[in-house]
Design a protein. Structure first.
Length: 303
């Protein structure tokens, strides 16, 4: 079997399209995307590409947001971003391929040392194919060349940061370590997320980008949705779970738990709980109460 058997399957499928093509893959590299577009006859005007862009994954080199510029130059493709995408589906009219292969050189066999991948032909009307396409339709957001440039710029900054978290790709790399918020000013998070960080110092910006990489918030969402996503990340932290279970959190208890876990020194634990309190105060309805050791309590303070 040829090394590029997977690519031959995709190319043959796309070349036979008459009206509509849908490309669904979490990771897409620009060289393979360009080749895929070249395989699609010019008579096909409806091309939809669904992928995902994570700053950490782009920094690791597994995906290229520059496909937005290629799509813009071609004039036909519409790119959508689906943050929890894992499916790989290649559809041409009423035929499709489903399986494991992304649109990357190694997955398609277009480079040496190719992955072992699988694509099977299926009917585009198959209920499971339609289920995936329907889910994409309800959860995806449109991409743009401007968003692509923003993602690339942040990815380059993250890659240059020696303290940045290691990217996690399914089946690759170690488990992500414990995360504690770094930035002392949580209002900076959405500013940086949305590309507005020209007046933020280099060291501070690096800390915000590390926080965002750990939080892994989907790109292109509103400030309200962003706040909800950050709060969900905070709620997943074992150190503050008590706040959401019983309504109060003793900061001294949280500090002792952090120090005892070996995740940080007592001084670092003190800073961490202070930062957590600031984040909770900004993203959630909580207030501080000076009862013995300070406590965080849910709900707005009654005055």
């Amino acid at each position: 079997m040829a090394n590029d058997h997977i690519w031959q399957q995709i190319e043959q499928l796309l070349a036979g399209a008459s009206e509509r093509v849908v490309l669904v893959a979490p990771f897409i590299k620009k060289e393979v995307f360009r080749a895929a577009l070249a395989a699609i006859p010019r008579r096909v005007e409806e091309i939809q590409c669904v992928t995902r862009w994570s700053v950490a994954e782009v920094a690791a080199g597994v995906s290229d947001p520059e496909i937005a510029e290629i799509a813009e130059a071609d004039g036909r493709p519409r790119i959508l971003l689906c943050h929890n995408l894992h499916a790989k589906v290649y559809l041409a009219d009423d035929r499709c391929l489903v399986g494991s292969a992304n649109l990357t050189g190694r997955a398609t066999g277009r480079v040496p040392d190719a992955n072992v991948e699988l694509l099977l032909e299926a009917d585009a009307a198959h209920p499971e194919v339609q289920r995936v396409l329907d889910a994409i339709g309800t959860t995806s957001v449109p991409a743009s060349a401007d968003l692509a440039r923003q993602i690339r710029e942040q990815a380059d900054l993250l890659r240059a940061d020696e303290d940045a978290p290691q990217v996690l790709v399914a089946g690759q790399g170690p488990t992500r370590g414990r995360w504690l918020p770094e930035t002392r000013n949580p209002e900076r998070l959405y500013r940086v997320y949305s590309g507005r960080y020209r007046n933020i110092g280099t060291d501070v910006l690096a800390g915000v980008l590390r926080d965002l990489a750990h939080l892994d918030v989907p790109p292109g969402i509103s400030e309200q949705a962003f706040g909800d996503a950050v709060l969900a990340g905070l709620r997943s932290m074992p150190e503050i779970r008590r706040l959401f279970e019983v309504g109060t959190l003793n900061l001294d208890d949280a500090k002792r738990e952090l120090a005892a876990s070996g995740a940080c020194t007592e001084e670092q634990a003190q800073r961490a709980v202070e930062t957590i309190a600031q984040w909770l105060n900004y993203f959630d309805e909580v207030h501080l109460v000076p009862v013995g050791p300070w406590e965080i309590r849910q709900g707005r303070e009654i005055t």
